[in-house]
Design a protein around this ligand. Structure first.
Ligand SMILES: C[S@@+](CC[C@H](N)C(=O)[O-])C[C@H]1O[C@@H](n2cnc3c(N)ncnc32)[C@H](O)[C@@H]1O
Length: 231
């Protein structure tokens, strides 16, 4: 009984990660504070999928992998990709300048010199069309209260930047991102966190004729869209 009461109280408390000032993500320690969303352990599956994709993609001799991380938050995804692919060129964007500042602090802490952090006007609009990434990875706000990941409590979310969590319509940030990638003519793959949103709802934002896959995990999902033919 006592244990149950303690557990309930903890659910209502300030995020532990903000209290201690750091969070573990895929075995690395990141600085975290209220400037950024606390990364979910579920998001590690998005990184694992991205690493697998980049590992398997063959590039012409001497060409570097180019990656864009949209909505980088504390920089968790960009930093993991940088550590796995130190020769790649990474652009990480976020719409909140103070969030981006925290991501830069994390990149310095981990010696990731291959990430360029850019303020986003909106998603990838500030990135030159010429950059043409091999992979765009995104964990953007996608949900309403109904799709909060199992590792986060609603009470904890109230302490995090609200722009990191909620959007007007379900998946509308991803829908806009897909539109922007098409406008830029990027021949790329977009990999994004769809969490608990079911496949039949994700399907509604995929333009007709585009190849895509929905990868379900326990309590989580990742969606991939190809803006080129899938080899
Ligand atoms: C759910 S958090 C994810 C943070 C981090 N990538 C992670 O995996 O934990 C979403 C991030 O997207 C950023 N964001 C929201 N709207 C954006 C937009 N229109 N353009 C760029 N970034 C945006 C937020 O500031 C926030 O840092």
């Amino acid at each position: 009984m006592m244990m149950e009461a303690t557990g309930k109280l903890k659910k209502l408390s300030y995020p532990d990660a903000y209290l201690v000032g750091h969070v573990d993500f895929m075995g690395i320690e990141l600085i975290i504070d209220p400037r950024a969303y606390v990364p979910n352990p579920e998001t590690e599956s998005l990184c694992t999928s991205a690493i697998k994709y980049l590992d398997g993609s063959l590039l012409p001799e001497g060409q570097k992998r180019r990656i864009v991380d949209v909505g980088t938050g504390c920089g968790n995804i960009a930093i993991i990709l940088s550590k796995n692919f130190p020769d790649s060129e990474i652009i990480a964007v976020d719409i909140v300048k103070s969030t981006l500042q925290l991501a830069m602090e994390n990149a310095v802490k981990h010696g990731c010199g291959n990430i360029n952090f850019w303020p986003a006007d909106n998603l990838v609009t500030s990135i030159s069309g010429g950059f043409s990434p091999h992979l765009v990875v995104a964990n953007l706000p996608y949900g309403s209260g109904g799709y909060i990941l199992g590792s986060t409590s609603i009470a904890e979310l109230s302490h995090m930047p609200q722009i990191a969590i909620f959007t007007e319509g379900l998946l509308d940030a991803y829908e806009e991102l897909i539109k922007q990638i098409i406008e830029k003519n990027w021949e790329t793959v977009l990999m994004f966190e769809t969490g608990l949103v079911p496949k039949n709802i994700v399907e509604k934002i995929i333009p007709t004729g585009f190849k895509w896959e929905y990868h379900p995990y326990p309590g989580y999902s990742v969606t991939e869209v190809w803006f080129k033919s899938k080899k």
